[in-house]
Design a protein around this ligand. Sequence first.
Ligand code: UT7
Length: 336
Amino acid sequence: MSARAAVLAGLGGYLPPRTVTNEELSRRFDTSDEWIRTRTGVERRHVADPGVSTGDLAVEAGHRALKSAGGGQGAVDMLIVATATPDQPVPATAPDVAARLGLGTAAAFDVQAGCSGFLYGIATASAALTAGHATRVLLIGAEVFSTVLNPGDRTTAVIFGDGAGAVVLRAGTADEPGALLAFDLGADGTGKDLITIPGGGARQRSTGRPPQPDAGYIHMRGQETFAEAVRRMGQSSQAVLDRVGWSADEVDHVVGHQANLRILRTLAVHLGVDQERVVSHIQEAGNTSSASIPLALADAGSRGRFRTGDRLLLTAFGAGLTWGSAALTWPGLTPE
Ligand code: UT7
């Protein structure tokens, strides 16, 4: 009998309707459409309106994933929200999202692993399903990064955007299309200063001093982050390929964290995967952190890019430092 595995059963994405183009940013910052396109691949990003939070986007994406999975909210017994921009420090964003989605008393909690949150979430969901702690899990990656962007920092303003993506996972077996077959997760806290939002936590409050004016904004050391992203996603992807027993040639699609198109292109070269197998959604949405991989999956899936049984490699890198990768086959579902 085939081994137990989590199986992808539903997929949905939601981008807030308002877009900000590179042209608009070049009126606010010393930058240009040409610089942003060539250095990052981003053409526009979606931005939540004032008053719209991460939980609001998560509910929209959650609805869509449940619809893609054929409805049946009552059967979801665990909700995980992966986010680095939660609605508030306490409580977690997930219980409120669960209540708004009508999930009853399903277990609900947040995962915070920076831009690797979706990969950490999918590994956690998969473990719960294969251990028998859950039979159906809704995992949502959702972010409103626009709320933590320093209005004076062009580097972060050009790449980050808002959005949410969600998957429904069910208990199944490894021989089914849609099965998650292998994972790799890792972290290195010695690199914690590369990407930070320093304020708002116990570290800052424990000093007894008021926070610096920019403490609530994201700070990123771009060049070093770029190099670490390529290195860590490369190593992690290779670890997953070794575990699942696929050669680079056998990977049909690489769905990497959409941080920068140049990172995805360089990663493909390091892995020895053809560039046309790299899935990119960054043109439309920028870097949506925990939401970027499910959004890229939903976009490519709805365009008919994947065929049932195709081999997908997911890989992400983010603040922490954290990274993670997963191998799965495509189930042939219709994303919402
Ligand atoms: O999601 C979590 C993980 N995050 C990432 O993986 C992001 C990784 N980093 C990056 O994507 C890139 O480092 C950035 C897009 C953030 C920056 O691109 P870069 O090619 O690394 O730029 P740089 O920092 O090396 O700067 C190159 C030049 C500098 O000018 P000089 O010193 O050469 O004259 C910058 O001042 O580009 C300048 N620059 C800009 N110019 C126009 C930096 N940002 C901008 C900008 N517009 N927005």
